[in-house]
Design a binder for this molecule. Structure first.
Ligand code: BES
Ligand code: MG
Ligand code: ZN
Length: 504
């Protein structure tokens, strides 16, 4: 898809469809709407046709409402799409992104080119342009590798954004490139999640990490294999990996900015279970069918690193992934086994299906040892989190308010939903073990997402830390405005947004 940003009269731009926006009236007559300047302009060019259509359609500018109109020779676009954004003061960047995504996902089969007029005075227009490009890029994503027809039907040829701002060519290029980095990194994470587990193996992820490091001198990678991991003492991770003939890989990526003088160093830790069968505590079939998605945290980290040298964060960033499937064999770890994690703590594995936290114990200890001042881990950790927050919202845990606020602020811009849950100290005893320092499952049915987070907390020492349980939003069971069902690439854009900010 080619993307352009133009400052030129809307009627002079040729495309299959032109989107203009309108708002809902704040008060008073509910049936009226508030036009944007683009709406008014096009209405004038079309001799009041747009207004007539709006009144015929009983258009109120309500959020998500839409009508369309075929045009005549007065304007080069074949069709006008008018989208309501709701009340002007309430419109968020994500409403804007979602509305564009929704239209694109409904119409991509019918049109090849789209023009979007960027509305004035709602948000910074650069932010809106970024969101518009993301909306189109994400909505047109598809995974068709294994289909007879190799291309997805979600394709699109050309996107033109029209602004009234005087904008330099450099700025235009920056906005387009930046939005594409965010989108392509998300699409890579989706591809990795959607790929079949016999292809997206630990070795496959490690090779990808090497390719990423190859392509920039600011990114380096270390891959640790089983013999090295044994020497290092990563016995928690190796315990889970033991059942499988597929070699485990511990992936450590590092991005180093030029001329960094500060002390901060952020680690992104991703759960990398390339397939979760549950182990000998085998999952029932209907719970297992989507479990190729159990490496979505790892996919997020790789997605971020695939563009990190372009985004150029000012602080150093590490990426940590312990990649292995969780399988069943005669050499598998079994309930009652005790493993010693990298930081020396012992874990009694009472349920082999709570494997994520066991592998993360080593990943987090390693990030701490490597001098991370801030850690965020991303893990499809508990089904309980989906019970609590549903499929669209991640569970967030933080041990540092300021760090948590920065993450939430970034997520507000990207529209990736998260909700904070407590690291309740009095619940720590849920993870008590009779024989080891900690057990990998709680001794109660309740608060399974919190007890999992409290387990992880044992491995992060005093480091500032945030844990995102992404079991829900990492994988969609339904198509949505911003992508088809399957891997969503959740979290990639929020992390990039966070890393681009002045402060973490
Ligand atoms: N990968 C699963 C969590 C999961 C479930 C992710 C559903 C996405 C959708 C994790 O390894 C797991 O099996 N967790 C167990 C923990 C339990 C045994 C304490 C769970 O949630 O049932
Ligand atoms: Mg499991
Ligand atoms: Zn799992």
């Amino acid at each position: 898809m080619t993307t352009q940003i133009l400052n030129k009269p809307l009627e002079e731009i040729s495309s299959d469809a032109l989107i203009v926006f309108a708002f809902q009236k704040e008060k008073g007559n509910k049936s009226e709407y508030v036009p944007t300047r683009a709406f008014t302009h096009i209405n004038n060019v079309l001799h009041d046709q747009l207004k007539k259509a709006a009144s015929f359609e009983k258009f109120t500018g309500e959020k998500g409402s839409l009508f369309s109109l075929f045009t005549n020779d007065d304007i080069l676009a074949s069709k006008i799409i008018c989208i309501g954004l709701g009340k002007k003061e309430d419109v968020t960047v994500d409403d804007f992104r979602q509305n564009i995504g929704k239209y694109v996902s409904l119409s991509h089969k019918k049109i090849d080119s789209l023009t979007i007029s960027i509305p004035e005075n709602i948000q910074d227009s650069e932010v809106l342009m970024h969101a518009a490009i993301e909306g189109v890029e994400l909505a047109t994503y598809g995974f068709a590798k294994y289909k007879e027809k190799k291309v997805t039907d979600r394709q699109f040829q050309s996107l033109i954004l029209v602004t009234e701002d005087k904008i330099t060519e450099k700025k235009v290029n920056d906005i387009i490139e930046n939005a594409q980095y965010y989108s392509h990194a998300t699409q890579l994470a989706r591809d990795l999640v959607n790929e079949q587990p016999s292809v997206a193996t630990p070795t496959f992820l490690a090779e990808l990490a090497k390719d990423i490091a190859q392509s920039s001198d600011q990114v380096s990678v270390k891959i640790f294999d089983k013999p090295q991991l044994e020497k290092m003492g990563m016995h928690a991770f190796l315990g889970i990996a033991r059942a499988s003939d597929t070699p485990p890989k511990f992936i450590f990526l590092e991005y180093t900015p030029k001329n960094y003088k500060g002390k901060e160093k952020i680690a992104l830790v991703g759960k990398g279970i390339t397939f979760d069968s549950g182990g000998v505590n085998v999952k029932p079939g209907d719970h297992m069918s989507d479990m190729k998605m159990d490496m979505a945290g790892a996919a997020l980290v790789l997605g971020v690193f695939s563009v990190i040298a372009k985004i150029k964060p000012s602080i150093p960033v590490m990426g940590v992934i312990a990649a292995t499937p969780n399988l069943i064999s005669s050499s598998a770890i079994v309930p009652g086994d005790v493993v010693k994690a990298y930081n020396g703590k012992t874990i009694e594995v009472l349920n082999t299906d709570a494997e994520g936290r066991v592998t993360l114990a080593d990943s987090l200890s390693y990030a701490v040892e490597q001098g991370a001042t801030h850690i965020i881990d991303f893990a499809t950790l508990t089904g309980a989190c989906i019970v609590a927050l549903g499929e669209d919202i991640a569970g967030l845990f933080v041990n540092d308010k300021e760090f948590g606020d920065s993450i939430k602020k970034s997520a507000d811009i990207t529209g990736e939903k998260m909700w904070e849950l407590p690291l309740e100290k009095s619940y720590k005893k849920m993870n008590d073990s009779d024989v080891a320092d900690i057990a990998n499952i709680p001794n109660t049915r309740w608060a399974g997402t919190i007890s999992a987070a409290l387990f992880l907390e044992e491995f992060i020492g005093k480091t500032k830390w945030a844990h995102l349980d992404i079991a829900g939003p990492a994988f969609a069971s339904r198509n949505s405005a911003l992508g088809p069902k399957g891997g969503t690439g959740y979290g990639v854009r929020t992390v990039l947004q966070l890393l681009e900010g002045e402060k973490i």
